[in-house]
Design a protein around this ligand. Structure first.
Ligand code: PMP
Length: 422
C-alpha cells in the first residue's frame, strides 16, 4: 500500500496525458502529485494507500449529499439493471425535466445534455440563433466550460475584445466574445452602448465560483437584466454550480431576477455526467427538432444519470431543512477560518473560498492578488492532516449534507496549525 499513490501516478502519466483527465486534478498549483482515490463515503474519500481525507471538493460541487449516498446509488443501480442506454425517449427524462422546470420557473422548456460545457456551449449557440446576432459577453474569471468562444479572458481596459485563453482557439472565434470585469456594471453599460445591437447574449455565474467564490454586488444582477433587456440581448445565468446549492431551485429565484436561459449541471446529475439548459418557450422553440438551431447527443438523457440526478433532487425536495443545516455548518467553518492571519473568506451558503490576502475580493483582478505560494503550503499541510481541499486558490470549497460539526472542528484544528505555518 505504501507508495501506491506514486506508483499510480507514474503509471497514469505513461498512458494519460498529464496523468489526469481534467487539468486541475494534477495538483500543479500546489505541488507534488494527487492521491489516487479508491473509494468514498459521506464526507470522506480514501486513496490507494488507505489514507482517508475529509473532502471539501465533493466532485467540484456535484455531491451535495456526500459520497455514495444510498438513495442515489440505489437509484442508479436499479436503472442500470434495466439497461444503461437506449438512445430513445424515457418517462424518467420527462419527470426530471419537470422537476427542474417546477423548481426554476424561468426554464419553461428543458434540454438534457452530458456536461456543463455542453450546456453553456449550446445555450450560447441558441442565443445567437434566436437573436441572429454574433457577439456574446462573459465576465473575467467566469468559467463556463471549454467551448472555443467561452475560453476568452480580458485584455486590458474595462471591456475589450477577448484574446484566446487557450492555444487552438482561433482569434476569429473569440473576436465575438467581450470580456468585462465581474461586478462592473458601468463597464457593461459602456460596452452595450457601443455594441448592444450586435450582442446576442451575456453569460454570467450569478454567484461566481471559478475565481474562488465571489458574490455579486447588491443590484449587479438586476442591472445586467435591465441592460440586456433594453438592448434585446439574452441573459444567460450559468447555474451549473449554484443550481440547487442554496435552495431547492436557483439563485435567480432567491433574488427575483429572471434570466432568458439557464444552464445547470453538477447537483442535477447526482454525480453522473448530466447537465441541462432551458428557458423561455419561444426561445427554446428555436432548437431542433422544432427550430433551426442544432444540438444533439448519443447519451443525452442517459437513464442511469437521470435516475441518479432525480434521486438526488427528490431527496433535496423532501429535505429542504437540509439547506439551513448546510448554511450553519458552513458559517461555523467560515468563523473559524476568519481567525487565520492575513487571509479573508468569501462565503455564500455552503460554498466558500479562503483567500490568502487581506481582501476584499470582488472580481478576478482582486482575486489574483492572493499569495498563491502560501495557499500551496497551506494546501499541502491540510492534506497531510487529512483534509482534502480544492488544489487551487481559485476554486470553491463545498460543504455537503454528510459533513458534521465534528468534521468542521477537525478541519479548523488542522487549519489553525496550517494557517499559522503557511
Ligand atoms: N459552468 C460553471 C459555472 C462551472 O463551474 C463549470 C465546471 N466547473 C462548467 C460550467 C463546466 O461544466 P463541466 O465541467 O461539467 O463541463
Amino acid at each position: 500500500m505504501k507508495r501506491a499513490n506514486r506508483v499510480a501516478w507514474n503509471e497514469a502519466r505513461r498512458w494519460i496525458c498529464g496523468g489526469v483527465n481534467s487539468p486541475v486534478r494534477a495538483f500543479r498549483a500546489v505541488g507534488g502529485f494527487p492521491p489516487f482515490i479508491r473509494r468514498a463515503s459521506g464526507s470522506r474519500i480514501t486513496d490507494e494507500e488507505g489514507t482517508t481525507y475529509l473532502d471539501y471538493v465533493g466532485s467540484w460541487g456535484a455531491l451535495i449529499l456526500g459520497h455514495a449516498h444510498a438513495g442515489v446509488v440505489g437509484a442508479a443501480r436499479e436503472a442500470a439493471s434495466r439497461g444503461t442506454t437506449y438512445g430513445a425517449p424515457t418517462v424518467a427524462e420527462t419527470r426530471l425535466a419537470r422537476m427542474i422546470a417546477e423548481a426554476l420557473p424561468s426554464m419553461e422548456r428543458v434540454r438534457l445534455v452530458n456536461s456543463g460545457t455542453e450546456a453553456c456551449m449550446s445555450a450560447v449557440r441558441l442565443a445567437r440563433g434566436a437573436t441572429r446576432r454574433p457577439e456574446i459577453v462573459k465576465f473575467e474569471g467566469g468559467y463556463h466550460g471549454h467551448a472555443d468562444g467561452l475560453l476568452a479572458r480580458a485584455g486590458s481596459g474595462a471591456a475589450t475584445f477577448g484574446v484566446p485563453g487557450s492555444a487552438g482557439v482561433p482569434t476569429a472565434t473569440v473576436r465575438h466574445t467581450h470580456v468585462v470585469p465581474y461586478n462592473d456594471d458601468g463597464g457593461v453599460r459602456r460596452l452595450f452602448r457601443r455594441r448592444g445591437r450586435r450582442i446576442a447574449g451575456m453569460i454570467v455565474e450569478p454567484i461566481a465560483g471559478n475565481m474562488g467564490v465571489v458574490p455579486p454586488a447588491p443590484g449587479f444582477l438586476r442591472e445586467l437584466r435591465r441592460i440586456t433587456e433594453r438592448h434585446g440581448s439574452l441573459l444567460i445565468f450559468d447555474e451549473v454550480i449554484t443550481g440547487f446549492r442554496f435552495r431547492f431551485g436557483g439563485v435567480q429565484d432567491e433574488i427575483g431576477v429572471v434570466p432568458d436561459l439557464t444552464t445547470l449541471g453538477k447537483i442535477i446529475g447526482g454525480g453522473f455526467p448530466l447537465a441541462a439548459y432551458g428557458g423561455r418557450r419561444e426561445i427554446m422553440r428555436r432548437l431542433a427538432p422544432e427550430g433551426p438551431v442544432y444540438q444533439a447527443g448519443t447519451l443525452s438523457g442517459n437513464p442511469v444519470a437521470v435516475a441518479a440526478g432525480a434521486a438526488q433532487l427528490d431527496y433535496l425536495r423532501r429535505h429542504r431543512e437540509l439547506y439551513a443545516r448546510l448554511e450553519s455548518l458552513a458559517a461555523q467553518l467560515e468563523a473559524g477560518l476568519r481567525q487565520l492571519p492575513r487571509t479573508c473568506v468569501n462565503r455564500v451558503g455552503s460554498m466558500l473560498t479562503l483567500f490568502f490576502q487581506k481582501g476584499p475580493v470582488r472580481n478576478f483582478r482582486e482575486a489574483s492578488g492572493s499569495d498563491e505560494r502560501r495557499f500551496a503550503r497551506f494546501h499541502r499541510m491540510m492534506l497531510r492532516d487529512g483534509v482534502y481541499l480544492p488544489p487551487s486558490q481559485y476554486e470553491a470549497w463545498f460543504v455537503s449534507a454528510a459533513h458534521t460539526r465534528r468534521d468542521v472542528e477537525q478541519t479548523l484544528h488542522a487549519a489553525r496549525e496550517g494557517g499559522a505555518r503557511a
